[in-house]
Design a binder for this molecule. Structure first.
Ligand SMILES: [Ca+2]
Ligand SMILES: [Ca+2]
Ligand SMILES: [Ca+2]
Ligand SMILES: [Ca+2]
Length: 207
């Protein structure tokens, strides 16, 4: 009899707990339990981390040339006259709508969500006018197509400069680790020489 009572109490407690934790919704860093009309905010750590390019799949190989060793964009090693010994870079000389990718990045050991993702490209062009590309991104790491069209990179400079662009929205740690990009040259008047020597991904999250 006593055992049955204890079991019953445990069962009721368990069901009560179960019902209390239902209907939890997540909004940014805020957890809201709509059943209990209760919410709390979780404190995530502040993050500002640079993740280097670490791979090139060659799934899209339409730019005119890949010079040096794959993945080409993992190190700053080309110069403005493009004759550095051992320099590695990619270049498209004259066409729009040419795709090059995927480029992958080191993983983060950070956890959670709410990461802003930036890419900094080291780029140069031939005359500073209409030489540009779009960044396509895939947060799943397995998109069978070209991913999602993201920011536009207008190169502008005939000597190498850094250009930083930000993806729309925020991403969780799994999406950051899956992230890969493809570069599509802009077809605005087709453009001229577009050189990319280096890219890295930066993730940022406020505390
Ligand atoms: Ca071409
Ligand atoms: Ca041009
Ligand atoms: Ca990765
Ligand atoms: Ca390089």
């Amino acid at each position: 009899m006593k055992k049955k009572l204890v079991f019953l109490i445990l069962l009721i407690s368990f069901l009560f707990l179960l019902s209390g934790f239902r209907n939890i919704k997540i909004y940014g860093t805020e957890y809201i339990d709509t059943k209990c009309n209760y919410s709390f905010t979780i404190n995530q750590t502040w993050v500002d981390e640079s993740l280097a390019c670490n791979g090139y799949t060659g799934t899209f190989q339409q730019w005119d040339a890949r010079v040096g060793n794959s993945p080409y964009l993992d190190a700053i090693d080309d110069n403005d006259t493009h004759d550095a010994v051992g320099g590695a870079y990619i270049v498209e000389y004259n066409n729009g709508n040419k795709d090059e990718g995927w480029f992958t990045f080191n993983d983060t050991s950070e956890l959670g969500f709410g990461f802003t993702v930036n890419f900094t490209f080291r780029v140069s062009c031939v005359d500073g006018d209409n030489d540009s590309f779009y960044v396509f991104y895939d947060k799943t790491g397995s998109d069978p197509g070209t991913g999602t069209q993201g920011p536009f990179v207008s190169i502008v400079s005939t000597t190498y400069i850094n250009k930083t662009v930000t993806l729309p929205g925020t991403f969780n740690a799994t999406e950051v680790n899956n992230m890969r990009i493809m570069l599509r040259t802009s077809n605005e008047a087709q453009g001229d020489n577009r050189y990319v020597d280096y890219v890295n991904m930066t993730i940022y999250r406020g505390a």
